[in-house]
Design a binder for this molecule. Structure first.
Ligand code: NAD
Ligand code: TYD
Length: 343
């Protein structure tokens, strides 16, 4: 992949958190590329997250399902798609506990359908955007490497692991050019306020309790979404065919620390913290060893956590309308009204 005259890529899930940041990142870093953005607009997809791109001719939004092979085939042929970046997914662990079926449908069957089209249309590269959660949970020591065994422990992570295995199977069987990335927990602008950081910021701003699962000493390895997007572009352009790259920022913190930090930045009292019943099967610790991405892709994270978290809190303060419309459900009426006939 090069910054040539008319490289067209298909980003799936581009109305979600990472996808919307990635579309913006690609258009900024590769100004001559065209991005076709295919998203089903589930509860997690929000066209308001792409509002600033509405008049950008290099970006085409298409509402549709990754499992709709006819639609995806048409898009690939019509636009001469050179690469597919697959971000479309059901992404929330708690929802996967309440209703696992859609996770298999989207994350497993959806990925398989996309792989079929990529093969038929001879798409040059398929980038599978996966997660460190496929490795399962760690004890107090050690970090995940690309050769750590897959031991997913939630329906979400199991469905992502299944997708990773399918991607690998298509590479092995059909010789497709695939690259897989496995990133740790992301934070940043446009994250749906069901995930830890935006949920805690929004609740604190509304003076609501901050629900911490169990003892709050579960550890996550946080990376700013911009650093993840840079890694995805690097993997797309410089990743070796068939390889997997861990992506992380050496930034482990217990949840309780994060929640306290958010309260401190917002100057809100710690009395808002409420310990609630733990998540069933809750993974205790994730930690990523990202040396391979650093050395092979020439990538490194740039955003220090203290700075990134403060900027993220500032974003949620400045964009209160965005998350309030998400919380009231108004964002859905917004896109039905504005984009209903375009889908
Ligand atoms: P998200 O839930 O914010 O966005 C997912 C997007 O996919 C939504 O816009 C949704 O409408 C769309 N979608 C869902 N089903 C679809 C379908 N069948 N067809 C087309 N579009 C569909 O998720 P996110 O946090 O942006 O995560 C994006 C990807 O990155 C996921 O694959 C996730 O597993 C992976 N990932 C996320 C994190 C993280 O911390 N958020 C970390 C590592 C990897
Ligand atoms: P989450 O953002 O859901 O990401 P993941 O489960 O994929 O890591 O959760 C991050 C951590 O925060 C996880 O250990 C669960 C915890 N958590 C809470 O304690 N309270 C909450 O309300 C949520 C949503 C998460």
């Amino acid at each position: 992949m090069e910054g040539g005259a008319r490289t067209a890529v298909l980003v799936t899930g581009g109305a979600g958190f990472i996808g919307s940041n990635l579309v913006r990142h690609i258009l900024r870093e590769r100004p001559r590329w065209a991005v076709i953005n295919l998203d089903k607009l589930t509860y997690a997809g929000n066209l308001e997250s792409l509002a600033d791109l509405q008049d950008d001719k290099r970006h085409l939004f298409v509402r549709g399902d990754i499992a709709d092979t006819r639609l995806v085939e048409r898009l690939c042929l019509e636009h001469g798609i050179e690469a597919i970046l697959n971000l479309a997914a059901e992404s929330h662990v708690d929802r996967s506990i309440l209703g696992p079926a859609i996770f298999v449908e989207t994350n497993v069957a959806g990925t398989q359908a996309l792989l079929d089209v990529a093969r038929i249309c001879k798409v040059k590269r398929f980038l599978q955007v996966s997660t460190d959660e496929v490795y399962g949970s760690l004890g107090p020591a050690g970090r995940f490497t690309e050769s750590s065994p897959l031991r997913p422990s939630s329906p979400y992570s199991a469905s992502k692991a299944a997708a990773d295995l399918l991607v690998h199977g298509y590479r092995h069987t059909f010789g497709m050019d695939v690259v897989t990335t496995r990133c740790s927990n992301n934070y940043g602008p446009y994250q749906f306020p069901e995930k830890l950081i935006p949920l805690m910021i929004a609740n604190a701003l509304e003076g609501k309790p901050l629900p911490v699962y169990g003892d709050g000493m579960q550890v996550r390895d946080w990376i700013h979404v911009e650093d993840h997007c840079a890694a995805l572009l690097a993997a797309l352009e410089r990743g070796r065919p068939g390889e997997t790259y861990n992506v992380g920022s050496d930034n482990e913190w217990p949840n309780l620390h994060i929640v306290r930090k958010i309260l401190a930045v917002l100057r809100k009292p710690e009395s808002l913290i409420e310990h609630v019943k733990d998540r069933p099967g809750h993974d205790r610790r994730y930690a990523i060893e990202a040396g391979k991405a650093r050395s092979e892709l020439g990538w490194a994270p740039r955003i220090a956590f203290a700075d990134g978290l403060e900027r993220t809190v500032a974003w949620y303060l400045d964009n209160r309308g965005w998350w309030e419309r998400v919380r009231t459900g108004e964002y859905r009426t917004y896109y039905e009204k504005n984009y209903g006939e375009r889908g």
